[in-house]
Write a protein of this length. Structure first.
Length: 75
């Protein structure tokens, strides 16, 4: 990889990392209030589903299935 390609890739990765960090910071209501931004809305549906799924564990384990066999003649 030449220097120019390395520079482009490095800039892209750095930009993505910065965008991710800013997004995570803006998820925090305290940070948002210091910046004069409104509080975040309710969690996304998928976040609520994930939380419910984690709360219900291990009750949500599927039942075990065992194969049954019989020997001999049926009566």
């Amino acid at each position: 990889m030449n220097k120019r390609q390395l520079l482009v890739v490095s800039a892209a990765v750095g930009s993505l990392a910065a965008a991710y960090a800013i997004r995570k910071l803006l998820d925090n209501d305290e940070v948002r209030s210091r910046l004069g931004l409104p509080k975040t809305q309710a969690k996304h549906d998928s976040d609520m589903i994930d939380a419910s799924s984690e709360d219900s564990f291990p009750a949500s384990d599927p039942p075990s299935f065992t194969a049954t066999t019989s020997l001999g003649h049926s009566h």
